[in-house]
Design a protein around this ligand. Structure first.
Ligand code: G3H
Length: 500
């Protein structure tokens, strides 16, 4: 971190407790709880940062700030809201090195990927400003005479209005990008936001908060970043009567939150067991390239990572040879060295991955690479002859482990893909476009990629999962839609307005 960045970000830090402050009501706050949450560096496995464990009273204060600020913000002209977002994007770009440094140390994301996450986030904010102007300036106009038996005596004007306060809960794997993918649509729509950063990724999130603060263009209280112990206060945040909307990305905890929040719009993405179907007529070089990138980017810790390969038996050996060649070239090591495979997020996560690998081993999977682990660092692991009775056939390892299942035909592949509990995305490789479309129509997942690996981006594309993978659709336009509601004004006339 350069010395100028230290000065810029200095106010975030509470020297007395050695911890980062929360951002509530436009102030950097040391919690009255006198409790902190520690963040362990996944690579060194040593304590890296501490953040405040805020209290319920502080959460109440943040929501009060939101409510008051939103009353002002919803009246700010749309073009000014867009301008404010562009200002944040520009501050974020200035701070890319500092924030990337936090990502490297908090979530062990390779430095180049950490920098890309920050750049992508600034791009997303700018796109959202433009899209918001286009979408929110439009409305509908209806006349009553379209309905049988009614004269033209009522004119109905519809527009989109903000919901109020949006609770944003991003995950550890994109603590900046998946935070702004929630915050930017909320703000352009005229809402206030309360962000609960993930524990790993909280400091990156607080540095992002400071970009909003330093932009100097938002009413105090409009944007809040509150760190809490999720086990103590996660439900309190979500169930709060001042919460008008929840945008959540994370794990199964989302299922229970969805039941608790009551009658507010929710948008959730809870992971994916993304299947990759490789047909016998596929371009195997292309498929292998996408499987390697899709399966092992950020060490497989993406909800859109390829999590099971379903290959037609007649081309399985050829495909595997190509995939294995690429996997053997992946570099393994520390995020600072820009390695392809870096330590996974925590020891708990590494243990879970290992359990899946050992289960597959006991049940007879063939190891194409030697299983190796040092601390949280797991070498890329490619498993062949995986069968449905192995846990790895169904569970998301969220790590650098890729199971391959040989199938007799594409019907069998589709059948397996459709039994996945978390059906976020899937992909199919074939040179036959008709076959690709038939498979796409049969696979029940939020997105089917043809001849490309699953991916959320570009960030204006719709993004959604089926079954337990989520609810609602994300992507910039869909998020703006979800974070607003329709409001109509009806003009009643004494006599029909005109006759043609
Ligand atoms: O981990 C979940 C993310 O939404 C995946 O995003 O496809 O850009 O890596 P990505």
């Amino acid at each position: 971190m350069s010395s100028s960045n230290k000065v810029f970000f200095g106010e975030l830090f509470d020297a007395a407790s050695g911890s980062y402050k929360s951002y509530i009501n436009g102030q950097w706050l040391r919690s009255c709880s006198n409790k902190v949450v520690t963040i362990t560096n996944p690579a060194t496995r040593k304590e890296e940062f501490k953040v405040q464990a805020c209290t319920r009273e502080e959460i109440d204060a943040a929501y009060e700030g939101c409510t008051e600020a939103q009353k002002i913000w919803r009246q700010v002209p749309l073009w000014k809201r867009a301008e404010a977002l562009r200002k944040v994007a520009s501050v974020l770009r200035e701070q890319r090195d500092t924030i990337a440094e936090c990502l490297v140390n908090e979530i062990a994301k390779a430095r180049k990927d950490s920098l890309s996450e920050v750049d992508r986030s600034a791009d997303l904010i700018e796109y959202c400003a433009e899209e918001g102007i286009r979408l929110l300036s439009k409305g509908d106009f209806l006349t009553s005479d379209a309905f049988k038996g009614t004269d033209r005596t009522k004119l109905c004007l519809s527009s989109r209005v903000p919901l109020g306060n949006v609770l944003c809960i991003p995950p550890f794997n994109y603590p900046v990008n998946l935070a702004v993918s929630k915050i930017a649509p909320a703000l352009i729509s005229g809402n206030a936001v309360l962000v609960k950063p993930p524990t790993q990724g909280a400091v990156s999130g607080l540095h992002l908060a400071q970009c909003f603060d330093k932009a100097g263009v938002f009413p105090k209280g409009l944007v809040n970043f509150v760190t809490v112990r999720a086990s103590e206060n996660g439900d309190y945040l979500a169930e709060h009567p001042s919460n008008n909307c929840l945008s959540f990305t994370g794990g199964d905890v989302g299922l229970s939150l969805a039941k608790k929040v009551g009658m507010i719009p929710i948008q959730m993405e809870l992971g994916g067991k993304d299947a990759c179907i490789v047909c016998s007529d596929a371009d195997l070089d292309l498929a292998a390239k996408h499987i390697i990138k899709g399966g092992f980017s950020y060490s497989g810790q993406r909800c859109t990572a390829v999590k099971v390969v379903l290959v037609e038996g007649e081309v399985a050996d050829q495909l595997i040879e190509k995939v294995l060649g690429g996997v053997n070239k992946l570099t393994v090591g520390m995020p600072d060295d820009n390695c392809n495979i870096t330590p996974v997020i925590s020891e708990t996560s590494a243990n879970f991955i290992e359990k899946l690998v050992m289960d597959a081993k006991e049940k007879g999977a063939k190891f194409l690479t030697e299983y190796r682990r040092e601390g949280n660092l797991i070498w890329p692991c490619l498993l062949d002859h995986v069968r449905p009775d192995m846990d790895i056939a169904w569970e998301e390892p969220f790590g650098p482990v890729l199971p391959i299942m040989r199938v007799s035909n594409t019907d069998q592949a589709v059948e397996h893909a459709n039994k996945n509990r978390v059906a976020l995305q899937s992909c199919v490789f074939t040179k036959d476009i008709e076959k690709a479309i038939k498979i796409s129509d049969s696979v029940q997942s939020g997105t089917v990629q043809i001849n490309g690996a699953p991916a959320r981006g570009p960030d204006h594309f719709p993004f959604q999962g089926f079954r337990d993978s989520g609810i609602g659709s994300q992507g910039i336009a869909n998020s703006i839609g979800m974070m607003t509601k329709t409001k109509t004004t009806v003009i009643n006339l004494n006599s029909p307005s005109f006759t043609v």
